[in-house]
Design a protein around this ligand. Sequence first.
Ligand code: NAP
Length: 522
Amino acid sequence: MITGKNYIGEELSGKGDVTFKTFDPKENKETAAIFTEATTQEVDAAVEKAAAAFKVYKQKSDAEKAGFLEAIAEELEANAEALKEIYRAESGLPEGRSNGEFARTTGQLRAFATMLKEGSWVEAIISNPEGKPDIRRMQVPFGPVAVFGASNFPFAFSTAGGDTASALASGSPVIVKSHPLHAGTGELVSEAIIKAAKKTGMPDGVFSNLNSKGIEVGEWMVKHPKIKAVGFTGSYKAGTALTKLAADRPEPIPVYAEMGSINPVLALPSALEAKGDFWAEQYAGSITAGCGQFCTNPGLILGIESAALDSFVEKLGENLSNLAPSVMLSPGIQNQYEASKSEVLAQEGYTEVSKYDGEVAPNFGRQQVITVSGANFLQNKNFHKEVFGPFSVVVKCKDKTELAEVLQQLEGQLTGTVLNSEEKELSEFATIIDTLTDTVGRIIYNSVPTGVEVCAAMTHGGPFPATSNAKFTSVGLTAVQRWVRPVSFQDWPQALLPQALKDENPLGILRNINNKYTTDSL
Ligand code: NAP
């Protein structure tokens, strides 16, 4: 049952007098539960509990933390139907997506558990050449982490999503600022986390969940001296505001903000000549997937003027016109979509390719694609902006030189994609492809950017403004590196060294010993 209260560690608490409801965008009406926003005192209590829990939690072995993450997955599965039902009501997302995102979330928790059980993630390094000090280094957790749930992934990037799973894996307690669009989903997920924490003997305060209607709760969290790092997925505006707030603290802390992207797609001539119709179909699907509300949505397609590019654009338009629009996450996001689309459409010099003109229900997002010339795109930065929704701009460059200029102007991106059908063309466009690679966190060959695999090699990140720190990823197993820092132990007694650094290698992990990777003992 949804209580509408906050979880201050294991305790349900609703001391405030600011309340709010969530909204079902498909039914176009509020949902039943009433949520109470956390007060400053409740934020403080959650952070104090987390700071106390950190002292105990960081001592837990990797096997114990793995057990906790697996128990969260099991508790989520035990309440799967209720969770998916409230997820769909609060997001308007369809059944298939609720099933897929749920499986991704439990899979992600288990993937981090497997990583912990293997153990080498701590990056143990031992340097003890003859006649020098014995220095042994490994990664240790920072301390309490504040996580901002994302509007567009109520399961996978929210309460028990990648930020939470990776921070808990690192040994850091987590306080979630629940996203106000899906506070009910957030509470039920939190209930599962708290049950799992109790079952596996984790300290009270290892996890808290705070409701909020406005930005204050998040601000208090980020400013609290005992919060040591922040994970965020959302808009550029909020991500940069939080980064500034954290940098202005007496003790600045890192904010890992993933702020979106227009995900340029480089459609090379051979791809459009050989498979233009195929790519037109694939990209119509990718632009409208999740009603365009993915940070990897292909918002920019770049090509060189040709009959094949014209035919691709025409087919893309036809395919888009034939797809039924879908509901967006909330009236606010739908309004924002219309407003940012209108800003682009107020510019001079674009051509309409396709827009869905039919009647739609409230909160539905109509897909739209336009083309602009390379020259126009270069002159007018309004065409570079992210429009969060099913909208994409095709840039028709007059030649390779103009295409290179366009790529040089682009800001940091989460992804870049190259479509190609002839290998020799890749060397002709090598410099251009190199510029694209320099701009992105993930470079994709002959596919669509939507769909982000959770695996060890994934980078879901990229240079600013795609993220606040291009060195890290928010998806995949190395996401754990955001919550740890290295410590070197110099000439430290064997008995007091952490397990990962002892001579006999009791954990059997891969270590760098005097510049050689090995699982051997010393
Ligand atoms: P948002 O406005 O960035 O908000 C995300 C979270 O940050 C919310 O919990 C919000 O709190 C909080 N927040 C916002 N401004 C803040 C500030 N100045 N200080 C502290 N906290 C702040 O994102 P959203 O609500 O998810 O969606 C709005 C827009 O964000 C979308 O239209 C889209 O453009 C973008 N977005 C991008 C991505 C992505 O690709 N990375 C994903 C989702 C959304 P409140 O809601 O309580 O104000």
